[in-house]
Design a protein around this ligand. Structure first.
Ligand SMILES: [Zn+2]
Length: 127
C-alpha cells in the first residue's frame, strides 16, 4: 500500500481513498498532487506526485474523490516551483506545503494506462 510519513507528526500512514483526494491537472501534469490527511494529527499535506507515479497510485488506491482540472491555479504552481527551486530571488516565497514523491511504485498494466490517457484527452477536448 502506498504511504507517506506525516511532515507534522512523522507518523507513517497509508493513502486512504476514502479520506484523501487525488487532484489532476491536464495541462500542468507536474502539479498533480494528493491532498493527504494524516489520521494521527489530522494535518493535511499536499503531496506532489510525478505523472507516472500518479497514474500508478490511481491504480492502487481507490480514491473516492478525484478532481480533474485543465490548468493548475497559480498558488499550486508556485507551491510546486518552490519545491524545485527554493529561495533564490524570492526568499519569502510560499513555504513548501508538500514534497515530491520520486520513488518507484509497482507498474500497472499498460492497456489500463492507455485507456486512462484516452479518457484524459477526451476530457481535454483534444483529439
Ligand atoms: Zn500527522
Amino acid at each position: 500500500m502506498p504511504h507517506d510519513n506525516c511532515d507534522q507528526c512523522q507518523e507513517d500512514y497509508d493513502f486512504d481513498g476514502e479520506r484523501d483526494i487525488a487532484v489532476l491537472y491536464l495541462r500542468d501534469a507536474d502539479c498533480n498532487h494528493i491532498e493527504a490527511h494524516c489520521p494521527f494529527c489530522q494535518s493535511t499535506a499536499r503531496i506532489y506526485v510525478e505523472p507516472e507515479i500518479f497514474i500508478s497510485l490511481l491504480g492502487q488506491v481507490s480514491f473516492r474523490t478525484v478532481r480533474m482540472y485543465s490548468d493548475a491555479p497559480d498558488d499550486i504552481k508556485a507551491g510546486r516551483r518552490s519545491l524545485e527551486a527554493p529561495q533564490k530571488d524570492e526568499p519569502k516565497a510560499l513555504p513548501p506545503s508538500g514534497w515530491v514523491r520520486t520513488e518507484d511504485l509497482p507498474q500497472i498494466p499498460r492497456n489500463w494506462l492507455t485507456n486512462l490517457w484516452d479518457t484524459f484527452r477526451e476530457f481535454g477536448g483534444e483529439s
